[in-house]
Design a protein around this ligand. Structure first.
Ligand code: TZP
Ligand code: MG
Length: 224
């Protein structure tokens, strides 16, 4: 496998916005507007996570979000769909344990694209490293309605995986303004940020919520 040499900056994981078109629909906004607001509010990377969208629509959404992301220098990743990432020229993919393995994703995407892998265990984190991933997503740290029935690993599980990981880590699962500080103040060196769905997008005002979380993370990282 071959590893990317530069383009990915681990500090891009600081405030990682993961989209949900159902939440956007509920609040009456388009995906592009939601992404634009999140970026304006301080999101440092965006992942399009579309579970029930037809391929053609996914591709068009990816292309239009990419215009917004590129204009702000924010990387855009695609959940699961390597084909959509390639076709849209997005910056990379995020894959789970039942998706394409990191090593295959790396072969398909080449050395320039960003690859993230969801990991719950030390072994999975080692495989992600061997497979040529750039970062791991670790969770769910707390339980969440966004991904119900997903076993949580808690703060202890998070610490265990982080300390065994050679890759930068972003944590996910039930993160919001009331617990993000606790997570970042643990002072785990390779824990670079939080990935958030509902705390940004299941809200009326994405811009305001993103700003709030960004400010809180800035405070937590300066005090730890
Ligand atoms: N993977 C683990 S938990 C989760 C994913 C995609 C959902 C996180 O959503 P929320 O709303 O930020 O808890
Ligand atoms: Mg997946």
């Amino acid at each position: 496998s071959f590893r990317r040499k530069d383009a990915f900056n681990p500090s891009d994981l600081f405030l990682y916005a993961v989209t949900d078109s159902g939440m956007n629909k509920k609040w009456g906004r388009s995906m592009v507007d939601a992404v634009a607001e999140a970026i304006q509010g301080g999101a440092t990377i965006v992942q399009l996570r579309e579970k029930d969208v037809e391929t053609r629509d996914f591709l068009e959404t990816a292309k239009s979000c990419l215009v917004v992301c590129r204009s702000h220098g924010v990387p855009l990743l695609i959940n699961d769909r390597i084909d959509v990432a390639l076709a849209s020229d997005a910056d990379g993919v995020h894959v789970g344990q039942s998706d394409m393995p990191a090593t295959v994703a790396r072969t398909l995407l080449g050395p320039e694209k960003i690859i993230g892998v969801s990991c719950k265990t030390v072994e999975q984190a080692q495989q992600a490293w061997i497979g040529g991933a750039d970062y791991i997503g670790c969770g769910g740290v707390y339980s969440t309605n966004t991904k119900a029935n997903n076993p949580t690993i808690g703060l202890d599980g998070l610490k265990t995986v982080c300390s065994a990981s050679k890759l930068p880590v972003v944590t996910i699962g039930g993160i919001n303004a009331s617990n993000a500080g606790t997570v970042m103040e643990m002072g785990v060196p390779n824990l670079k940020g939080v990935a958030v769905v509902s705390a940004l997008f299941d809200r009326e005002n994405v811009l305001a919520e993103t700003k709030k979380l960004h400010a809180l993370l800035m405070e937590a990282s300066s005090s730890s």
